[in-house]
Design a protein around this ligand. Structure first.
Ligand code: MG
Length: 389
């Protein structure tokens, strides 16, 4: 059997830096998701990949893989303590090394490895994360974990302690197996079902890696997204001619390892994806700008409500009447007996033929009460005052 591979990585739509690193080469595959301020996360994830690059897959035993992880941890931990700019840095590591017809995985953190075999997707690694622990304890469901506010909190990371033992998983390979190693920027956004569908549908690992990263971007791209994909094919299977160079990413030209062959087709393809994603991103920015900002929407709603209130009040005010005085005249007014900011809300409609000074005390009281009436009631009240005098 033969292993063919592809990789893609993108900074995503929210982060300003890509702190993920990956490694793909004959017999060694890894994704490391760095964390820490400024450049520290990148340093941590790259350091881990550099140690893995020193492996000799076919001749090294699984112990050598564990050794490489241990050395990576020691270096990251020492630099994190010794260099203030790198304080607190760390990285996840999910690595696979080929041993004959078996892949040996070493795993720390919440990056993931999946195996698609016979149409079924299986997660090979267990997340070292707070939410995964809560799920294992039965305190939350996997569905709750997927949207949990602390889902990015990891419980084990390289570089955070003196000794960080990796989980080890051995997977005997079968022709047709498809494997993906990805950072949580992919697995946290793309549902397992869809990861399985992409792996099953695409013709080659390069396209699969690109599709998975593009899918993560399309679903919000809130984290660096990295995918390394490996297909297990027959020795004489010539249907796919994949990238086989060793390569190390993400693709920062100045940081690329200088030994020959690292800049493989995978890098070129990944760069093409980055261009496409950048265009996708600029479309998204435009779409976001085209939508009115929330504050403006809020102001529009408030103005609309005020307008409705004012119109409603005006309609009500023009439907009520009251009787009052103007000098010595008794007048039927339309509107409430109110003056707001110097503006009278009432207008005269009709004047009684009898002056206020001629009214009896109880009649004056009724006029002074400014009782609200209909127009008809107001007119009748004026007539009753006139006939009584
Ligand atoms: Mg991440």
């Amino acid at each position: 059997m033969r292993l063919i591979h592809g990789a893609a990585s993108d900074v995503g739509l929210v982060r300003t830096q890509n702190e993920d690193s990956y490694l793909v080469g004959p017999g060694v595959f890894a994704v490391c998701d760095g964390m820490g301020g400024a450049l520290a996360g990148e340093v941590a994830s790259e350091t881990a990949c550099r140690h893995l690059m020193q492996l000799h897959p076919e001749t090294d035993s699984a112990d050598k893989l564990v050794d490489a992880v241990r050395r990576a941890n020691a270096e990251i931990f020492a630099r994190s303590l010794g260099e203030p700019a790198l304080a607190g840095m760390g990285t996840t590591l999910t690595a696979a090394m080929r041993q004959g017809d078996t892949l040996v995985f070493a795993h720390v953190g919440d990056s993931r490895a999946y195996l698609l075999r016979a149409g079924r997707l299986q997660q090979l690694t267990e997340d070292h994360s707070l939410v995964a622990e809560l799920v294992r304890q039965g305190r939350i469901t996997p569905q709750e974990a997927a949207v949990h506010p602390h889902r990015s909190v990891i419980t084990r990371a390289l570089g955070t302690e003196q000794e960080v033992p990796p989980d080890l998983v051995s997977v005997p390979l079968q022709v047709g197996d498809r494997i993906v190693i990805c950072s949580d920027g992919v697995s946290g956004l793309v549902p397992d079902e869809q990861i399985g569908q992409v792996l099953a549908a695409v013709p080659d690992p390069e396209a699969a890696a690109r599709s998975l990263v593009a899918e993560a971007i399309a679903r919000g791209g809130d984290d660096n997204a990295t995918a390394v994909v490996v297909f297990v094919v027959d020795n004489d299977d010539q249907t796919v001619e994949p990238a086989q160079d060793m390569c190390f990413g993400p693709q920062r030209r100045d940081e690329r390892l200088s030994a020959g062959g690292y800049r493989g087709a995978a890098v070129r393809a990944a760069e093409a994806v980055r261009g496409r994603l950048r265009r996708l991103r600029s479309r998204r920015v435009w779409a976001r700008r085209a939508r009115p900002p929330r504050k403006v929407m809020g102001a529009v709603v408030v103005v609309a409500i005020l307008l409705i209130a004012v119109v409603g009040f005006a309609v009500f005010n023009s439907s009520v009447y009251h009787v009052g005085t103007s000098g010595d005249a008794v007048v039927l007014y339309r509107g409430l007996p109110l003056t707001v900011l110097g503006v009278r809300l009432f207008t005269p409609v009709e004047q009684a033929n009898v002056p206020y000074s001629h009214l009896k005390p109880y009649e004056r009281e009724r006029v002074d009460s400014h009782e609200l009436r209909t127009q008809e009631e107001g007119r009748q009240f004026l007539r009753s005052l006139e006939s009584a005098s």
